[in-house]
Design a binder for this molecule. Structure first.
Ligand SMILES: Nc1ncnc2c1ncn2[C@@H]1O[C@H](COP(=O)(O)OP(=O)(O)O)[C@@H](O)[C@H]1O
Ligand SMILES: [Mg+2]
Length: 247
């Protein structure tokens, strides 16, 4: 299957700091890819470059057939990006938040009504459609953010630590929805700090200090490095060089 995301030497500097350092990565159409690493590894900066929100300082990335630096708008039209702190309006209801984002994307009429109905059913949020976003649980807020991200029918979904701070039951719920989206043909790239979540991805890239130190199926990564090493990478105690040298 062809790659729907492809980066070559993708790099982002902030002054002296190299936040993302020469990333070479391919994500196949229809897969769920997890970018895993400790705080400051460069996960968010990578996603923001792939979404056309931050310019690379070096290298390139092609997303859904478009170069992110040359055609950021074409990329934005084809993707959904759920930021770590997604902007919901606390005083607006679930349905009003969805309408707000539908307006932003220019989704109107029966298309809007049909899509909203389907999304509310899929996420089982229908009973809460009139509840104010500020009154929702953490898990329900994440579902609402996800629905708002899906309103313009993106081909690729970028999720930045979507279940961070969400209770285990809601996390499981959220994953059920992600698998449904995969079945519908959406490609998903997410970041996470949770080991069990990384294991649910088709492939995982381990990031450390801006570099991709390993990239493989989760089972293969575990076989190669041992669970202890993987866990150490997650808490950021293994130096990149050491991890990269593991047999
Ligand atoms: N806008 C910015 N200006 C300066 N430094 C930044 C900026 N955004 C991110 N960084 C730095 O880049 C590094 C990677 O950050 P980030 O991509 O947010 O990592 P992660 O999402 O893995 O925690 C961090 O050291 C962070 O402080
Ligand atoms: Mg981040």
């Amino acid at each position: 299957m062809g790659a729907i995301i492809r980066t070559r030497g993708l790099t982002r500097r902030f002054g002296e700091l190299v936040a993302v350092d020469g990333l070479d990565l391919e994500v196949a159409r229809g897969e769920i890819f997890g970018l895993v690493g400790p705080d400051g590894a460069g996960k968010t900066t990578t996603l923001r470059m792939l979404c056309g929100l931050v310019d690379p300082t070096d290298g390139s990335a092609e997303v859904a057939g478009h170069d992110v630096a040359r055609a950021p708008q074409a990329v934005k039209d084809r993707i959904g990006y759920m930021a770590q702190r997604f902007g919901l309006y606390a005083d607006l209801s679930v349905r009003e938040n969805m309408d707000f984002y539908a307006d932003l994307f220019g989704i109107t009429g029966t298309e809007r009504t049909d899509l909203a109905r389907r999304l509310l059913a899929m996420t089982r949020m229908e009973p809460f459609r009139d509840r104010r976003a500020g009154q929702l649980s953490g898990g329900m807020k994440q579902k609402l953010a996800l629905m708002c991200t899906l309103l313009h029918r993106p081909e690729i979904l970028f999720l930045d630590e979507p279940t961070n701070g969400v209770d285990p039951v809601s996390r499981r719920d959220f994953w059920t929805i992600l698998y449904q989206l995969l079945k519908d043909g959406i490609t998903i790239m997410m970041t996470t700090a949770y080991l069990d979540e990384a294991e649910r991805c088709n492939r995982v890239g381990l990031m450390h200090q801006g570099r991709l130190i390993r990239c493989d199926a989760p089972e293969a990564l575990k076989r190669a490095a041992g669970v202890e090493t993987l866990e150490a990478v997650f808490v950021g105690t293994v130096r990149a060089a050491e991890a990269a040298e593991m047999p």
